[in-house]
Design a protein around this ligand. Structure first.
Ligand code: SF4
Ligand code: SF4
Length: 344
Protein backbone atom coordinates (compact mmCIF):
# COMPACT_ATOMS: atom_id res chain seq x y z
CA UNK A 1 0.00 0.00 0.00
CA UNK A 2 1.46 3.33 -1.09
CA UNK A 3 2.23 5.70 1.77
CA UNK A 4 2.85 9.44 1.68
CA UNK A 5 4.26 12.03 4.04
CA UNK A 6 1.27 13.87 5.46
CA UNK A 7 2.41 17.46 5.08
CA UNK A 8 4.24 19.14 7.92
CA UNK A 9 2.97 16.60 10.44
CA UNK A 10 5.69 14.31 9.07
CA UNK A 11 3.34 11.36 9.65
CA UNK A 12 3.56 8.63 7.06
CA UNK A 13 0.02 7.65 6.08
CA UNK A 14 -1.57 5.32 3.56
CA UNK A 15 -2.57 7.13 0.36
CA UNK A 16 -6.18 6.17 1.11
CA UNK A 17 -7.70 6.72 4.55
CA UNK A 18 -10.49 4.69 6.10
CA UNK A 19 -13.54 6.86 6.78
CA UNK A 20 -15.45 5.72 9.85
CA UNK A 21 -18.97 7.09 9.21
CA UNK A 22 -20.62 3.95 7.75
CA UNK A 23 -19.45 1.68 10.60
CA UNK A 24 -22.45 3.07 12.44
CA UNK A 25 -24.70 1.02 10.19
CA UNK A 26 -23.02 -2.29 11.01
CA UNK A 27 -23.29 -4.57 14.02
CA UNK A 28 -20.51 -4.08 16.55
CA UNK A 29 -18.85 -7.37 15.53
CA UNK A 30 -18.98 -6.52 11.81
CA UNK A 31 -17.63 -3.01 12.46
CA UNK A 32 -14.64 -4.39 14.37
CA UNK A 33 -14.02 -7.00 11.68
CA UNK A 34 -14.14 -4.37 8.93
CA UNK A 35 -11.54 -2.17 10.62
CA UNK A 36 -9.24 -5.16 11.13
CA UNK A 37 -9.62 -6.13 7.46
CA UNK A 38 -8.79 -2.56 6.38
CA UNK A 39 -5.64 -2.62 8.50
CA UNK A 40 -4.72 -5.99 6.99
CA UNK A 41 -5.06 -4.42 3.52
CA UNK A 42 -2.36 -1.92 4.52
CA UNK A 43 -4.50 1.10 5.38
CA UNK A 44 -2.91 2.75 8.42
CA UNK A 45 -4.90 6.01 8.50
CA UNK A 46 -8.30 5.87 10.20
CA UNK A 47 -10.55 8.89 10.42
CA UNK A 48 -13.66 8.99 12.56
CA UNK A 49 -15.56 11.45 14.77
CA UNK A 50 -17.00 11.77 18.22
CA UNK A 51 -20.44 11.99 16.66
CA UNK A 52 -20.31 8.83 14.51
CA UNK A 53 -22.24 6.53 16.86
CA UNK A 54 -20.29 3.39 17.74
CA UNK A 55 -17.50 4.12 15.22
CA UNK A 56 -14.81 5.11 17.73
CA UNK A 57 -15.63 2.12 19.93
CA UNK A 58 -15.37 -0.35 17.04
CA UNK A 59 -12.03 1.12 16.03
CA UNK A 60 -10.77 0.94 19.61
CA UNK A 61 -11.78 -2.74 19.85
CA UNK A 62 -10.21 -3.51 16.46
CA UNK A 63 -6.88 -2.12 17.61
CA UNK A 64 -6.58 -4.47 20.57
CA UNK A 65 -3.52 -6.63 20.12
CA UNK A 66 -1.91 -4.27 17.59
CA UNK A 67 0.89 -1.84 18.16
CA UNK A 68 -0.58 1.64 18.58
CA UNK A 69 2.27 3.06 16.50
CA UNK A 70 1.11 1.09 13.45
CA UNK A 71 -1.98 3.25 13.14
CA UNK A 72 -2.58 6.97 12.60
CA UNK A 73 -5.82 7.86 14.36
CA UNK A 74 -7.78 10.96 13.43
CA UNK A 75 -11.03 11.92 15.11
CA UNK A 76 -13.12 15.04 15.63
CA UNK A 77 -14.93 17.05 18.26
CA UNK A 78 -17.94 19.24 17.46
CA UNK A 79 -17.47 21.27 20.67
CA UNK A 80 -16.96 24.99 20.28
CA UNK A 81 -15.87 25.68 23.87
CA UNK A 82 -12.81 24.51 25.78
CA UNK A 83 -14.68 22.53 28.45
CA UNK A 84 -16.82 20.63 25.94
CA UNK A 85 -13.83 19.98 23.71
CA UNK A 86 -11.76 18.49 26.54
CA UNK A 87 -14.72 16.35 27.63
CA UNK A 88 -15.08 15.05 24.04
CA UNK A 89 -11.36 14.32 23.90
CA UNK A 90 -11.44 12.23 27.08
CA UNK A 91 -14.39 10.27 25.73
CA UNK A 92 -12.67 9.69 22.38
CA UNK A 93 -9.52 8.48 24.16
CA UNK A 94 -11.58 6.07 26.24
CA UNK A 95 -13.57 4.77 23.26
CA UNK A 96 -10.49 4.40 21.08
CA UNK A 97 -8.63 2.72 23.95
CA UNK A 98 -5.59 4.92 23.53
CA UNK A 99 -3.78 7.64 25.43
CA UNK A 100 -3.24 9.91 22.43
CA UNK A 101 -4.95 10.97 19.20
CA UNK A 102 -2.65 11.64 16.25
CA UNK A 103 -4.89 14.22 14.58
CA UNK A 104 -7.75 15.82 16.49
CA UNK A 105 -10.01 17.96 14.35
CA UNK A 106 -12.53 20.68 15.11
CA UNK A 107 -15.52 19.15 13.36
CA UNK A 108 -17.48 20.97 10.67
CA UNK A 109 -16.36 24.55 11.14
CA UNK A 110 -18.67 25.75 8.39
CA UNK A 111 -19.82 29.12 9.75
CA UNK A 112 -17.82 32.20 10.63
CA UNK A 113 -19.54 32.36 14.04
CA UNK A 114 -18.41 28.82 14.85
CA UNK A 115 -14.88 29.65 13.84
CA UNK A 116 -14.84 32.73 16.06
CA UNK A 117 -16.07 30.69 19.03
CA UNK A 118 -13.50 27.94 18.45
CA UNK A 119 -10.51 30.28 18.28
CA UNK A 120 -11.90 32.89 20.73
CA UNK A 121 -11.47 33.15 24.52
CA UNK A 122 -12.35 29.87 26.32
CA UNK A 123 -12.90 28.37 22.87
CA UNK A 124 -12.21 24.81 21.81
CA UNK A 125 -8.80 25.71 20.44
CA UNK A 126 -7.62 26.56 23.97
CA UNK A 127 -8.55 22.98 24.82
CA UNK A 128 -6.56 21.80 21.80
CA UNK A 129 -3.45 23.66 23.00
CA UNK A 130 -3.83 22.15 26.47
CA UNK A 131 -4.30 18.65 25.04
CA UNK A 132 -1.18 18.99 22.87
CA UNK A 133 0.82 20.17 25.89
CA UNK A 134 -0.38 17.11 27.83
CA UNK A 135 0.59 14.76 25.00
CA UNK A 136 -3.02 13.69 24.40
CA UNK A 137 -3.11 15.16 20.87
CA UNK A 138 -0.24 15.28 18.41
CA UNK A 139 -1.55 17.54 15.63
CA UNK A 140 -4.47 20.00 15.47
CA UNK A 141 -6.76 20.02 12.45
CA UNK A 142 -10.24 20.98 11.35
CA UNK A 143 -12.93 19.99 8.88
CA UNK A 144 -15.27 22.31 7.00
CA UNK A 145 -17.85 22.17 4.22
CA UNK A 146 -17.69 25.87 3.48
CA UNK A 147 -14.62 26.87 1.55
CA UNK A 148 -14.57 30.54 2.55
CA UNK A 149 -14.54 29.55 6.24
CA UNK A 150 -11.93 26.85 5.59
CA UNK A 151 -9.70 29.48 3.97
CA UNK A 152 -10.05 31.73 7.03
CA UNK A 153 -9.26 28.84 9.36
CA UNK A 154 -6.12 28.01 7.36
CA UNK A 155 -4.98 31.63 7.48
CA UNK A 156 -4.98 31.56 11.29
CA UNK A 157 -1.90 29.32 10.93
CA UNK A 158 -2.99 27.28 13.95
CA UNK A 159 -3.73 24.01 12.20
CA UNK A 160 -1.57 21.27 10.73
CA UNK A 161 -4.34 19.52 8.78
CA UNK A 162 -7.45 20.46 6.83
CA UNK A 163 -10.31 18.28 5.63
CA UNK A 164 -12.67 19.61 2.92
CA UNK A 165 -14.99 18.05 0.33
CA UNK A 166 -13.23 17.20 -2.92
CA UNK A 167 -14.38 15.10 -5.82
CA UNK A 168 -14.82 15.72 -9.54
CA UNK A 169 -18.10 17.55 -8.95
CA UNK A 170 -17.08 19.43 -5.78
CA UNK A 171 -13.69 20.62 -6.99
CA UNK A 172 -13.86 24.30 -5.99
CA UNK A 173 -11.41 23.70 -3.11
CA UNK A 174 -8.70 23.52 -5.75
CA UNK A 175 -9.10 27.24 -6.45
CA UNK A 176 -8.09 28.72 -3.09
CA UNK A 177 -8.24 26.33 -0.15
CA UNK A 178 -5.84 23.69 -1.46
CA UNK A 179 -3.23 26.27 -2.61
CA UNK A 180 -3.40 27.99 0.81
CA UNK A 181 -2.97 24.66 2.59
CA UNK A 182 -0.14 23.63 0.26
CA UNK A 183 1.75 26.88 0.89
CA UNK A 184 1.70 25.97 4.56
CA UNK A 185 2.51 22.32 3.94
CA UNK A 186 -0.60 21.22 5.79
CA UNK A 187 -1.80 17.63 5.66
CA UNK A 188 -4.83 17.59 3.32
CA UNK A 189 -7.76 15.18 3.52
CA UNK A 190 -10.33 14.94 0.72
CA UNK A 191 -13.71 14.43 2.33
CA UNK A 192 -16.56 12.92 0.27
CA UNK A 193 -14.37 11.48 -2.49
CA UNK A 194 -17.48 9.61 -3.67
CA UNK A 195 -19.71 12.66 -3.36
CA UNK A 196 -21.12 11.49 -0.02
CA UNK A 197 -22.16 8.17 -1.58
CA UNK A 198 -23.93 9.84 -4.53
CA UNK A 199 -21.32 9.23 -7.24
CA UNK A 200 -21.59 5.64 -8.34
CA UNK A 201 -18.29 5.21 -10.19
CA UNK A 202 -15.63 4.56 -7.55
CA UNK A 203 -13.18 3.99 -10.36
CA UNK A 204 -13.67 7.43 -11.87
CA UNK A 205 -13.72 9.15 -8.47
CA UNK A 206 -10.38 7.70 -7.41
CA UNK A 207 -8.75 8.06 -10.80
CA UNK A 208 -9.66 11.75 -10.59
CA UNK A 209 -8.23 12.12 -7.08
CA UNK A 210 -5.06 10.26 -8.01
CA UNK A 211 -4.04 13.45 -9.83
CA UNK A 212 -3.28 15.01 -6.46
CA UNK A 213 -0.45 13.03 -4.89
CA UNK A 214 -0.34 15.15 -1.70
CA UNK A 215 -4.05 14.68 -0.91
CA UNK A 216 -5.47 11.77 1.07
CA UNK A 217 -9.01 10.73 0.04
CA UNK A 218 -11.11 9.61 2.99
CA UNK A 219 -13.90 7.35 1.68
CA UNK A 220 -16.50 6.09 4.13
CA UNK A 221 -16.24 2.30 4.01
CA UNK A 222 -19.07 -0.11 4.79
CA UNK A 223 -17.80 -3.30 3.10
CA UNK A 224 -14.26 -4.53 2.62
CA UNK A 225 -14.98 -5.12 -1.09
CA UNK A 226 -15.52 -1.35 -1.51
CA UNK A 227 -12.14 -0.65 0.01
CA UNK A 228 -10.44 -3.31 -2.14
CA UNK A 229 -11.93 -1.80 -5.28
CA UNK A 230 -10.68 1.66 -4.28
CA UNK A 231 -7.22 0.36 -3.42
CA UNK A 232 -6.97 -1.36 -6.81
CA UNK A 233 -7.85 1.90 -8.62
CA UNK A 234 -5.42 3.85 -6.44
CA UNK A 235 -2.60 1.69 -7.79
CA UNK A 236 -3.25 2.92 -11.34
CA UNK A 237 -0.89 5.73 -12.23
CA UNK A 238 -0.78 8.23 -15.05
CA UNK A 239 -2.95 11.11 -16.19
CA UNK A 240 -6.65 10.72 -16.87
CA UNK A 241 -7.38 9.28 -20.27
CA UNK A 242 -9.46 11.12 -22.85
CA UNK A 243 -12.28 8.67 -22.17
CA UNK A 244 -12.12 9.31 -18.38
CA UNK A 245 -12.18 13.07 -18.92
CA UNK A 246 -15.18 12.63 -21.18
CA UNK A 247 -17.02 10.57 -18.56
CA UNK A 248 -16.31 13.20 -15.90
CA UNK A 249 -17.65 15.93 -18.17
CA UNK A 250 -20.77 13.87 -18.76
CA UNK A 251 -21.34 13.47 -14.99
CA UNK A 252 -20.86 17.21 -14.54
CA UNK A 253 -23.34 17.92 -17.32
CA UNK A 254 -25.95 15.53 -15.93
CA UNK A 255 -25.60 16.57 -12.29
CA UNK A 256 -24.83 20.25 -12.82
CA UNK A 257 -28.34 21.53 -12.21
CA UNK A 258 -29.23 19.24 -9.31
CA UNK A 259 -26.00 18.88 -7.33
CA UNK A 260 -25.85 20.94 -4.16
CA UNK A 261 -22.28 21.96 -3.27
CA UNK A 262 -23.34 22.89 0.28
CA UNK A 263 -21.85 26.36 -0.06
CA UNK A 264 -24.88 27.98 1.63
CA UNK A 265 -24.76 31.06 -0.60
CA UNK A 266 -28.53 30.61 -0.93
CA UNK A 267 -29.04 31.52 2.73
CA UNK A 268 -30.74 33.05 4.59
CA UNK A 269 -34.09 31.57 3.62
CA UNK A 270 -36.90 33.74 5.05
CA UNK A 271 -38.65 30.56 6.22
CA UNK A 272 -35.55 29.27 7.98
CA UNK A 273 -35.21 26.21 5.74
CA UNK A 274 -31.73 24.65 5.96
CA UNK A 275 -31.63 24.16 2.20
CA UNK A 276 -28.29 22.37 1.87
CA UNK A 277 -29.22 19.90 4.63
CA UNK A 278 -32.47 19.04 2.87
CA UNK A 279 -30.72 18.63 -0.47
CA UNK A 280 -28.12 16.35 1.13
CA UNK A 281 -30.79 14.11 2.69
CA UNK A 282 -30.11 11.23 0.31
CA UNK A 283 -26.45 11.14 1.24
CA UNK A 284 -27.25 11.03 4.98
CA UNK A 285 -29.95 8.40 4.42
CA UNK A 286 -27.46 6.20 2.59
CA UNK A 287 -24.58 6.52 5.03
CA UNK A 288 -26.27 6.58 8.43
CA UNK A 289 -28.41 4.08 10.31
CA UNK A 290 -32.11 4.80 9.69
CA UNK A 291 -32.80 6.21 13.16
CA UNK A 292 -29.69 8.41 13.13
CA UNK A 293 -30.58 9.81 9.69
CA UNK A 294 -34.10 10.65 10.89
CA UNK A 295 -32.69 12.35 13.98
CA UNK A 296 -30.09 14.21 11.93
CA UNK A 297 -32.13 15.57 9.01
CA UNK A 298 -35.78 14.82 9.87
CA UNK A 299 -36.41 18.32 11.27
CA UNK A 300 -34.85 19.95 8.21
CA UNK A 301 -37.15 17.97 5.91
CA UNK A 302 -40.11 19.04 8.03
CA UNK A 303 -39.10 22.70 7.71
CA UNK A 304 -38.91 22.29 3.94
CA UNK A 305 -42.72 21.98 3.95
CA UNK A 306 -42.81 25.73 4.68
CA UNK A 307 -41.23 26.73 1.37
CA UNK A 308 -43.30 29.56 -0.12
CA UNK A 309 -41.51 29.30 -3.49
CA UNK A 310 -40.41 32.92 -3.15
CA UNK A 311 -37.26 31.94 -5.13
CA UNK A 312 -34.97 34.32 -3.21
CA UNK A 313 -32.59 31.39 -2.80
CA UNK A 314 -32.59 30.60 -6.53
CA UNK A 315 -31.29 34.09 -7.32
CA UNK A 316 -28.42 33.55 -4.90
CA UNK A 317 -27.39 30.03 -5.90
CA UNK A 318 -24.26 30.31 -8.08
CA UNK A 319 -24.99 26.89 -9.61
CA UNK A 320 -28.47 27.79 -10.85
CA UNK A 321 -30.27 25.07 -8.88
CA UNK A 322 -34.05 25.22 -8.98
CA UNK A 323 -34.19 24.91 -5.20
CA UNK A 324 -37.99 24.91 -4.60
CA UNK A 325 -38.40 22.06 -7.14
CA UNK A 326 -35.51 20.10 -5.61
CA UNK A 327 -36.93 20.61 -2.10
CA UNK A 328 -40.23 19.14 -3.26
CA UNK A 329 -38.46 16.15 -4.79
CA UNK A 330 -36.46 15.52 -1.62
CA UNK A 331 -39.57 15.74 0.53
CA UNK A 332 -41.35 13.18 -1.66
CA UNK A 333 -38.35 10.82 -1.55
CA UNK A 334 -38.10 11.34 2.21
CA UNK A 335 -41.67 10.14 2.70
CA UNK A 336 -40.81 6.96 0.78
CA UNK A 337 -37.64 6.57 2.84
CA UNK A 338 -39.61 6.82 6.09
CA UNK A 339 -41.75 3.91 4.92
CA UNK A 340 -39.13 1.71 3.24
CA UNK A 341 -36.15 2.67 5.43
CA UNK A 342 -33.93 2.67 2.32
CA UNK A 343 -33.25 5.39 -0.23
CA UNK A 344 -32.47 3.98 -3.65
S1 SF4 B 1 -37.96 29.48 -2.32
FE1 SF4 B 1 -38.37 28.34 -0.47
S2 SF4 B 1 -36.35 27.68 0.20
FE2 SF4 B 1 -36.01 29.31 -1.26
S3 SF4 B 1 -35.85 31.16 0.01
FE3 SF4 B 1 -37.98 30.98 -0.63
S4 SF4 B 1 -38.94 29.86 1.05
FE4 SF4 B 1 -36.74 29.57 1.29
S1 SF4 C 1 -28.52 25.24 -3.17
FE1 SF4 C 1 -26.92 26.30 -4.34
S2 SF4 C 1 -26.31 28.00 -3.02
FE2 SF4 C 1 -27.48 26.61 -1.75
S3 SF4 C 1 -25.92 25.34 -0.78
FE3 SF4 C 1 -26.60 24.26 -2.62
S4 SF4 C 1 -25.21 24.88 -4.23
FE4 SF4 C 1 -24.92 26.33 -2.55
Amino acid sequence: MEKIRFGRTGLVVSKIAFGGIPIQRLSRADGIKLVREALDEGVNFIDTAHGYGQSEECIGEALIGRSRKEVILATKSPALDKVGFLANLEESLRRLKTDYIDIFQHHNISEKEKMEKVIGPDGAFEGMVQAIRQGKVRFPGFTSHILSVAAEMIKTDRFDTVQIPLNFIDHQALDEVIPLARERQMGMIAMKPLGGGLLDSARLCFRYLSQFPDLVPDPGIERIEELREILAVAKEKGPLTQQENKEIEEYRRLLGKTWCHRCDYCQPCPEGIPISMVLAAKSFARRMPFEAAVRFVGDSLKKAENCTECRTCVERCPYGLDIPVLLKERRASWEVFLQDRVWN
